[in-house]
Design a protein around this ligand. Structure first.
Ligand code: HEM
Length: 496
């Protein structure tokens, strides 16, 4: 054997032993925690399930089999215990963001509040964003007026083009229309103007089409965070969206830069919107551009999905649908059109419907892993060593029989009305984890809740819906967000 061959063999052997020793080290650290056997050795279990488009269901099935704390990777666990989720994200918790969050970077080299993992920098960014998202801004900057404008525009689109009659049947894809509404609503609220989806009634710049194909890639990156750095380096970065693109994310990037340039131009008059609050907070130009992306990506996919799944659950559950119509019929003469946020909060059945829809259909599919502090933690009877990453199984929480009882898979808003005070608090805490919690909680939750209550009220107040294809009423795919298409419905006008 030549010295060169011996040298190469040695390198191979050392690499093999280092790799195996590392695998064994990781395997034994968490071997006391139950989970699918193959998941303990490589990331393949996570990756193959993430690529299936049904990851949320597979994770829930794993939790059903192994319990609320499941080993899903060499160094990764999944929790479907709402109390654990709250503890990890509590303001004073020692948990930090896991490597998962690297997938939240939208522009190479530029962090945003989601991708920022350093606790101090993340806290600083949230503080800068808080005035724009706060209740104070809500009043002063009138989120509600913007929401009302877009809701009326949504209703107008439906009335203009999609009302069916006995002689003229007009099926349409409600998955697409809810996305248009959510995009224009968040555009008006955060940027002071809608994008024009509802007006044009088309997927402008193929944004939605590209969104639904790009976010599954982010899902893969979230399982293999090392890819985040690789895809942002040459030559792979040439494949990423660019500002010169005519469609999709690239087009969005150009829009975001141009928009921020205009808003920062001293000749542009001050506006009353979230962007103005961000400018007044002293955000840099780069940070402002990230805000545009965040509003569009985080603010539209999530609320659109919650809205469409709640509507689907309602129209396929006659007792719930009738009970809501009864409440709306009763309330209608006394409330404004659109209903105000304050008025919506006085309607118990409407509130129960929204909570039940969120419980069953959490729109965020990404696991948002948190890293266990160095001293480790005791969870569900197991010691979890420091440095382990724990993902949040939102779908598993929403469908947990331990939390909701044997009918966890049934859409039954009544469960929110019949619960004791103590039980109601536990249920509310559990469903609220779908928005994250504490130091990582969703900043857009008040916007999303207002949007859902108002939209469900106004749609059900005016229309009756029928699914076109009862065998498969909607198609959904899980990635960082849940996506839907082919929610074909027919709609008729109803006099209350
Ligand atoms: C039903 C609708 C929504 C749901 C279920 C939802 C859920 C979530 C979840 C699970 C997180 C991550 C929590 C974590 O990292 O542990 C999050 C973060 C965030 N959401 Fe939402 N969201 C919704 C709507 C919105 C809307 C309308 C906006 C408005 C722009 C928004 C803006 C954000 C932002 C900025 C963050 C990052 C917070 C941070 O990292 O500190 N979300 N949301």
């Amino acid at each position: 054997m030549s010295p060169m061959t011996i040298y190469l063999y040695s390198i191979l052997l050392i690499t093999f032993f280092t790799f195996t020793a590392r695998r064994i080290y990781y395997w034994q650290r968490l071997r006391h925690i139950p989970g699918p056997a193959s998941a303990a050795w490589t990331i393949w279990w996570q990756l193959s399930n993430a690529l299936s488009g049904r990851y949320h269901e597979r994770l829930k099935a794993a939790a059903d089999t192994y319990g609320p704390l499941v080993r899903i990777g060499p160094n990764q666990l999944l929790s479907t215990d709402p109390k654990v989720l709250r503890r990890m994200s509590a303001v004073r918790s020692g948990y930090t963001k896991g490597r998962f969050y690297a997938s939240g970077k939208i522009v190479p080299g530029v962090d945003n509040v989601v991708s920022l993992r350093d606790p101090a920098k993340h806290k600083e960014m949230r503080a800068l964003m808080a005035p724009g998202f706060s209740g104070k801004a809500n009043e002063g900057y009138s989120f509600e007026a913007a929401m009302n404008r877009q809701l009326l525009s949504f209703v107008d689109l439906l009335e203009r083009k999609y009302v069916s009659s006995s002689s003229d049947v007009r099926p349409f894809d409600m998955a697409e229309k809810t996305q248009f509404f959510a995009l224009d609503a968040i555009g008006d609220i955060s940027l002071g103007q809608p994008f024009g989806y509802l007006d044009k009634d088309e997927d402008l710049y193929q944004y939605n089409e590209i969104n639904t194909t790009s976010l599954p890639l982010m899902n893969v990156v979230s399982v293999m965070p090392a890819l985040a750095n690789i895809v942002h380096t040459w030559p792979l970065r040439l494949l990423l969206p660019k500002e010169g693109d005519q469609v999709g994310f690239g087009r969005l990037m150009r829009f975001a830069r141009g928009y921020v340039d205009t808003r920062l131009d001293p000749k542009t008059p001050r506006a009353q919107d979230m962007m103005q609050a961000h400018i007044d907070s002293g955000m840099s130009k780069n940070d402002l551009i990230q805000q545009v992306f965040l509003s569009i990506i985080a603010g539209s996919n999530s609320s659109a999905h919650a809205l469409r799944m709640t509507l689907l659950s309602l129209i396929t559950s006659p007792p719930a649908y009738n009970a809501l119509i009864h409440e709306i019929r009763h309330a209608s003469p006394a409330v404004s059109s659109p209903i105000t946020w304050a008025q919506a909060q006085t309607l118990p059945y409407l509130q129960a419907v929204i909570r039940e829809g969120l419980r069953m259909w959490p729109p965020v599919g990404g696991l948002g892993f948190k890293t266990v502090p160095p001293e480790g933690d005791h969870i569900n009877g197991f010691f979890v060593p420091g440095g382990t990453e724990i993902g949040q199984g939102f779908h598993g929480v929403g469908r947990s029989k331990a939390v909701w009882g044997p009918d966890a898979d049934v859409f039954r808003p009544e469960r929110w009305l019949n619960a004791s005070e103590e039980r109601l608090k536990d249920m509310t805490d559990a469903v609220d984890t779908h928005f994250g919690y504490g130091k990582y909680s969703c900043l857009g939750k008040p916007i999303a809740m207002m949007e859902l209550h108002k939209a469900i009220f106004e749609l059900v107040r005016r229309f009756d819906f029928c699914v076109v294809n009862p065998e498969s009423p909607i198609k959904t795919t899980a990635s960082i967000f849940l996506f839907a298409s082919d929610f074909w419905v027919t709609m008729t006008k109803r006099d209350l």
